[in-house]
Each structure stands twice: as C-alpha cells, then as structure tokens.
Design a protein. Structure first.
Length: 132
C-alpha cells in the first residue's frame, strides 16, 4: 500500500465517509476556505493512480469511490508505525503510550478488557484452561 500525503489522506477520509462522489462532493465536505477545484481533482487522480480510488464515467462526469477499505489502510499504517518507530514491537508501542500519554482510568480499563479478551481467545484456541 503506497503512502499518502496529508492532503491525500484528508481526501481519502472524506471518500470513506461519503462512499462515492464527484470532485464537488469532496470539496463540499472540506472546511472553509475550500481548495480550488483543480487541486482536489489532481489529488483524486493521484489517489486513483496509487490504487486507492476508482471511478465510473457517466459521459464527462466521473464518480469516484474507494477501492481500499479504511480498516485496511489503518492496519497498514499501524504496522508501518510499529515497524519504523517501535522496532517492530507492539509492546514497545503500548509501553510508549502508557509512559508518555495521560491515559484515563476508563482507557486503562478498556485496554485491560481487550487484553483479557485476546488472552481468553488464545487459550480457547490452544485448549488451555486457566486455573486460579
């Protein structure tokens, strides 16, 4: 999956939200002042070249739609982040977040619940039972 510039990512986020649309639909979703039509049109063409968008043509009108799922993009971005900045170790990422982010008690509890669920799933897959 090719990397996106910040402007390309902003356009993709809009496309994931609206599902499909013409260039004007994307511009309408942008905060004021909107960028020029040609700028957004160029970004959309770049996203198409990178394999993130495709289009249907209706005469001279092109309706664009995502062909990369947002979840796949997130997963790829996270894997790249972990690989480049945390030595490929998810635990290094979590350690960094715990040490450098002000996590609320609710966030800490949510993380514990997620880890408990993953651990329970792994134990059920291996047939191990947890004993007190």
């Amino acid at each position: 999956m090719k990397r996106l510039s910040p402007r390309e990512e902003k356009v993709m986020r809009i496309m994931w939200r609206i599902g499909e649309g013409v260039v004007r639909d994307v511009i309408e979703q942008m905060p004021p002042p909107p960028p020029p039509y040609n700028t957004v049109s160029s970004i959309i063409r770049i996203l198409e070249e990178k394999g993130y968008l495709s289009h249907k043509a209706y005469g001279r009108t092109h309706v664009y739609f995502p062909i990369v799922k947002e979840e796949d993009f997130r997963q790829n971005s996270l894997q790249r982040l972990v690989s480049h900045y945390f030595s490929g170790s998810p635990s290094n990422l979590v350690s960094f977040m715990v040490e450098h982010e002000a996590l609320s008690e609710a966030e800490i509890q949510r993380i514990r619940e997620l880890l408990d669920r993953v651990e329970a799933n792994q134990q059920s897959e291996t047939g191990e039972e947890e004993y007190p």
